[in-house]
Design a protein around this ligand. Structure first.
Ligand code: DP6
Length: 372
């Protein structure tokens, strides 16, 4: 039999993600994947339709903070619409359904088996739902991997590289940062002239040399505020349209990716810290200077930042912070500093966390299939 699929030449285009004709159609089945969360060092903030980033970004893939999703499917009589049930942590969760429905409609062109089956999606997070940690990245990544796993059953010749790239491509259509939650360690997303094969369409395992110090890097997430965010990321991204500082900000992200290359190669922690903290504060500066403006940091976020700066000054420990689109603080440090930093967290920082809660995490190897 002739194989239709020819290994693509980078970078891939949207057409490359359309499937080959399916060879088989099992009546039913089930797949499960666990995908981690990620924390951006250079932030994605601003996008164009559909889910194209205004600037390139790069993140550490995490390990402990993850979503596990099981997708079971059964052939149905009429294949004219998308249909699914959604369970979150063992219970039906109808308020998550519209987001998943939009996602499935958006990706249907690329995974056209969707209408042939009725799906049951069961999903759970390793972190508490109310922790303020965004689960959309890990959630969309896990669901996209499940969809690709079904596609692999329909097209057993599907190449492994394409499997993961397409999973990242689909995940991006669910939530931009989700495309960086498939592969491990450091993942870069967004076209950049000096990063070969970089693409706006999917995340790429960082292609340059990375110093051993960054391999097991730690990220302790200090849970400052666990409630609902006052402004969603989606709204925040939109506010970059017509933002007075947008052009400079986007250029800065391109420049930061260039600057990171020697820093990551040489393990230059001093410059790493400067760049990462500047990215975090610039992200929040963009929020504070958009129209309408908003602020997601809380007084405890600022207290923590001050204490980190003071501790670093006094002890010369290479610990720094980054922020998501929220009040929580991600404390980043090499694993060799773990004991010292854990004592610092307990003594000084935990008191600024809601109910004293924080989560230890570290750089991980990416999503994994769960065998049922
Ligand atoms: C601040 O990926 O959550 O975490 O594409 O609208 O789903 P949507 O946005 P999302 O934005 C993440 C923004 C960020 C920075 C980052 O992760 O790069």
């Amino acid at each position: 039999m002739t194989k239709l699929y020819i290994k693509p030449i980078f970078p891939m285009t949207e057409k490359d993600f359309l499937p080959n004709p399916y060879q088989e159609f099992p009546d039913k089945g089930g797949v499960s994947w666990k995908a981690p969360s990620n924390i951006a060092l250079v932030k994605y903030w601003g996008k164009k339709p559909v889910q194209i980033p205004a600037n390139p970004s790069i993140s550490f893939t995490l390990d402990n903070c993850a979503t596990t999703t099981s997708l079971s499917f059964a052939k149905k009589e009429k294949s004219d619409s998308i249909s699914f049930d959604l369970m979150f942590e063992g219970r039906p969760k109808d308020d998550f359904k519209p987001k998943i429905q939009t996602f499935l409609e958006r990706v249907e062109r690329y995974v056209p088996f969707l209408k042939a089956y009725h799906f049951t999606i069961e999903t759970s997070n390793s972190f508490p739902h109310s922790s303020g940690i965004a689960s959309s990245a890990s959630g969309m990544a896990a669901l996209s991997l499940c969809l690709m796993d079904v596609e692999k059953q329909l097209d057993p010749d599907l190449d492994e590289t394409l499997f993961y790239q397409k999973a990242s491509y689909l995940a991006r259509l669910g939530s931009g940062s989700a495309c960086r939650s498939i592969k491990g360690h450091l993942v870069q997303w967004g076209q950049h002239a000096n990063i070969p094969n970089s693409s706006d369409l999917y995340g790429l395992e960082y292609p340059f040399e990375v110093h051993a110090d960054f391999k097991g890097y730690c990220d302790t997430i200090l849970l400052v505020h666990k409630g609902q965010k006052q402004v969603s990321s989606t709204v925040g991204h939109q506010l970059m349209h017509g933002h007075p500082y947008a052009a400079n900000r986007f250029q800065q992200a391109f420049d930061h990716l260039d600057q990171l290359k020697p820093i990551l190669k040489n393990g230059d922690l001093e410059d790493f810290i400067k760049l990462v903290e500047s990215e975090a504060l610039t992200l929040h500066a963009m929020m504070m200077t958009s129209m309408p403006c908003f602020m997601l940091m809380k007084p405890d976020t600022l207290e923590i930042i001050q204490k980190i700066w003071q501790y670093r000054e006094e002890t010369k420990t290479p610990v720094c912070f980054t922020l998501d689109a929220g009040a929580n603080v991600h404390l980043l440090y090499p694993s060799s500093e773990k004991d010292k930093v854990c004592a610092f967290i307990e003594d000084e920082l935990a008191q600024h966390c809601e109910n004293g809660q924080y989560i230890h995490d570290y750089v991980g190897a990416g999503a994994v299939k769960i065998n049922g």
